[in-house]
Design a protein around this ligand. Structure first.
Ligand SMILES: Nc1ncnc2c1ncn2[C@@H]1O[C@H](COP(=O)(O)OP(=O)(O)O)[C@@H](O)[C@H]1O
Ligand SMILES: [Mg+2]
Length: 359
């Protein structure tokens, strides 16, 4: 599920220069602002955004360009109002992007017909929101089976499938409960099961755990990671919680005022934030627990003598690695799982990475 594994594959989602502008005449005003700022010929999209703002419009998504690879868990993080939900609504076609290209498995959704979009939403795209949106007069099982009914499946089939996903999210025994009889965590499990019932390829989750108590939230995150390990969906997951992002993400995109300011692995975001806004997110994060040895590793050179082998692995956290070479000064080798040496780490660099931006 890493980037390397999927580098050659076609992206599950591809956004190219996507803008979502709110306000009157958004489309023509955006076109005008793009012209005047020269954004399309390499000019700064900030200039176009500023022109729009001065004109009273809201550039909720500004020139977003990124890919989500098959099986990747792509997290979008940012403060409230930074445009996270809007970008997901654009991709899932609940909103029509003001400009730009959105491709799903290579298919350009901007050009897709209405019926094709309905089809995609029913079969290919799954969605989970912060507020569960369950039908109060239906049991958990009926709620989960509902999208299958919309697809025209017969009753025995859809109830069997609904039961399957109810078990998957750990709700067996509660299938006949009504939403009002369930806790927040259980209701969100129903929401997750319902979105999984149709077995979507691409899954959008917009702050699905944000309304839950911390303990329940962590429990659902853990189970979510387990579910993803089996299902390997292509996922866009929105959160404003850095701990949640670091825990689950393959890559994280950080949004600020409609703009994606950085895209990187959890390690890159924590160790190399591009600006103070990104740094602010991770300032309370214990870097040693998130960053991996691979991020500070370099190639072996002829000058290196590597006498000591403290047993470092590329996926080991910096914290764990430092504990093993606390008294070493010379570069130490890093071995992969087969025992092959794949690089070296300077203990001083390791220590420095842990201290970086500590204040
Ligand atoms: N339908 C809309 N009409 C006008 N402005 C909107 C609309 N939806 C969102 N916005 C504005 O777009 C910006 C981004 O909102 P949103 O995507 O909901 O942010 P987030 O999900 O990151 O909290 C905000 O300034 C919000 O007020
Ligand atoms: Mg939102």
């Amino acid at each position: 599920m890493t980037n390397q594994d999927t580098a050659a594959a076609q992206p599950a989602i591809s956004c190219r220069g996507v803008w979502q502008v709110f306000g009157a005449d958004a489309k023509s005003k955006l076109a005008d602002a793009l012209d005047r700022s020269g954004t399309k010929s390499g000019g700064d999209s900030d200039v176009a955004a500023q022109i729009l703002r001065e004109d009273g419009l809201i550039p909720a998504v500004q020139d977003a360009t990124f890919d989500v690879m098959p099986g990747e868990l792509f997290v979008i993080m940012g403060l409230s109002g930074s445009g996270k939900s809007t970008i997901v609504r654009c991709i899932s076609q609940l909103l029509q992007a003001t400009s730009g290209e959105i491709l799903v498995d290579g298919e350009n959704l901007v050009e897709a017909s209405k019926s094709r979009l309905i089809e995609l939403r029913r079969r290919k795209l799954g969605m989970v929101f912060q507020h569960f949106g369950l039908f109060p007069h239906m049991t958990a099982l009926e709620n989960v089976a509902f999208p299958l009914k919309m697809q025209g499946q017969n009753k025995p089939d859809r109830l069997a499938r609904a039961m399957e996903v109810i078990n998957l999210v750990g709700l067996e025994g509660r299938e006949n409960s009504y939403p009002r009889e369930m806790s927040g965590g259980q209701r969100q499990r129903v929401g997750i099961a319902r979105s999984l019932a149709v077995n979507p390829d691409i899954w959008f989750l917009d702050e699905p755990f944000s309304a839950l108590d911390p303990l329940i939230r962590r429990q659902l995150q853990d189970e979510f990671i387990n579910i993803q390990a089996t299902l390997k969906k292509s996922i866009v997951f929105i959160t404003h919680d850095i701990t949640e992002a670091l825990k689950i993400a393959d890559r994280i995109a950080i949004m600020r005022d409609g703009k994606i300011v950085q895209i990187g692995t959890p390690t890159e975001i924590v160790l190399n934030p591009v600006d103070d806004y990104v740094r602010e997110f991770s300032k309370d994060v214990a870097k040693g627990r998130h960053a991996r040895v691979a991020s500070v590793m370099r190639a072996l050179t002829a000058d290196d003598k590597t006498p000591d082998d403290p047993g470092l692995r590329p996926g080991m956290t910096l914290e764990a690695a430092l504990a093993r070479c606390i008294s070493l000064y010379d570069p130490v080798p890093v071995h992969d799982e087969t025992g092959k040496m794949i690089g070296v780490v300077d203990p001083a660099v390791l220590a420095a990475a842990l201290q970086a931006e500590e204040a």
